[in-house]
Design a protein around this ligand. Structure first.
Ligand code: API
Length: 279
């Protein structure tokens, strides 16, 4: 089957056009194809499916086969995919996700999308299924002391349609995420597991972030994670609302604007290559 390899700020997925036919067992396919040595390689796969209520429906699967409820970097690439191919050649595109319909405004040059701004919806607290801490159900937990990897960390909980915790640290470069990441991801505090962002505040409009993603490990960028990061920074007094904040990630920058009604994310969308794979 034909696939397209795309990335947003280096968060790379393998995309399949499922508008005509569905892929069986996407969970196993994601595990197999995400392997960076024995297959195409990626942070997971993304299926572009028909929708009754939007231009298309996005289903994304992490590298471990688990299905994510929302993916910020992937949704920009889905908008690029359908714009560039004339499936929906318009500046404002709607994409259905497991976390509702998201609106994407695309920026194109010579008929090809280069970047997009996504209305990621309203930031919220984690749902009662996502967290076992009573006071954290449905509300932001701000600076909650959490034990992980033999240390205590102050974390802030944020849902962007998928669950995140954000912790502010003096330095991110020296963190051994391969070692500590799984302790956060699999903490018993989060029954559906958790995405974790480690953040250094550079100034009121610039943050540096690394992420350990649920189901994919450390990725070069996380769109929902960058939105959770700026939300947590506003809640902790490090940044201002209604202001563009640049989140510096290993794979590139994302510009995030937190407002009380919605979080907006702007970033690139890049097509790397096309190919065919036995599925
Ligand atoms: N690992 C996430 C999904 C991918 C999110 C991330 N890649 C993004 O760009 O938002 C989860 O299971 O909730």
């Amino acid at each position: 089957m034909e696939f397209t390899k795309m990335h947003g700020a280096g968060n790379d997925y393998i995309y399949f056009n499922c508008l005509e036919n569905m892929i069986e067992d996407p969970e196993s396919l994601s595990i197999r194809l995400s392997d960076r040595h024995f297959s195409i390689g990626g942070d997971g796969i993304v299926l572009i499916c028909p929708s009754e209520s939007a231009d298309v429906r996005m289903r994304m699967f992490n590298a471990d086969g688990s299905e994510g409820k929302m993916c910020g970097n992937a949704i920009r690439c889905v908008a690029k995919y359908i714009y560039d191919r004339g499936i929906a050649r318009k500046d404002d595109i709607n994409v259905e996700t497991l976390s509702g319909i998201k609106k994407i405004h695309v920026f194109a040059e010579n008929g090809k999308v280069t970047s997009a701004t996504v209305n990621m919806g309203k930031a919220a607290g984690l749902t009662s299924d996502e967290i076992t801490i009573e006071e954290g159900k449905g509300k932001f937990l701000i600076g909650y002391p959490m034990e992980a990897a033999g240390k205590s960390w102050n974390v802030t909980t944020v849902s962007m349609g998928n669950p995140h915790i954000v912790t502010f640290v003096p330095e991110v470069k020296d963190l051994d995420l391969m070692k500590i990441g799984p302790h956060f991801e699999n903490s018993p505090l989060f029954p559906e597991r958790i995405n974790t962002e480690f953040v250094r505040v550079i100034d009121r409009t610039t943050l540096e972030m690394r992420v350990w993603e649920r189901g994919s490990g450390e990725t070069l960028a996380c769109g929902t994670g960058a939105c959770a990061t700026v939300t947590a920074a506003v809640l902790n007094g490090h940044c201002d609302k209604d202001t563009d904040v640049t989140v510096r990630l290993i794979g590139g920058d994302l510009v995030i604007r937190y407002t009380d009604d919605a979080v907006f994310m702007t970033g690139n969308a890049v097509e790397a290559f096309n190919g065919n794979v036995e599925i």
